[in-house]
Ligand binder design. Structure first.
Ligand code: 5GP
Length: 116
């Protein structure tokens, strides 16, 4: 898929594909990952289809801040505020498969001390 085609997340945001939504506002949605890698695995997705983190620009500064603050709120609300990881895969070489920026919230398992 080219990075300019509509992604599955745009289809979810538009309601064309169902999802298990846990939060939404004017700027973003949060859904449960369909293939969870941890007991809690949420995706925070901006409505704006920025393909990768490196494609964000200065005009996205407030949006990126909003997403980061929502991650904290959503994690707290999900009862995992004391222990969760936030992951952004940037680019296919880092394992990104959906080219619409999203932040993974992972919690409920024991993580290794390292990053990988
Ligand atoms: P990435 O590898 O791009 O960082 O993460 C994409 C994530 O989206 C994966 O964890 C994958 O399981 C999830 N995903 C892909 N398609 C769907 C879908 O249709 N619905 C939901 N809820 N998650 C999806």
């Amino acid at each position: 898929m080219s990075m300019t085609e509509e992604t599955i997340f745009t289809k979810i945001i538009n309601g064309d594909i169902p999802s298990d939504k846990v939060y939404e506002d004017d700027e973003c949605i949060c859904i449960r990952d369909i293939t969870p890698q941890a007991p809690t695995h949420l995706l925070v997705i901006p409505r704006k289809p920025i393909p990768r983190l490196v494609d964000a620009s200065d005009e996205d500064k407030a949006l990126l801040g909003h997403l980061m603050l929502k991650v904290g709120d959503i994690a707290r609300e999900a009862g995992v505020g004391d222990g969760f990881r936030v992951i952004i895969n940037n680019g296919a070489n880092a394992g990104q498969t959906v080219f619409h920026l999203h932040l993974h919230i992972l919690a409920g398992k024991t993580f290794s001390e390292g990053m990988v």
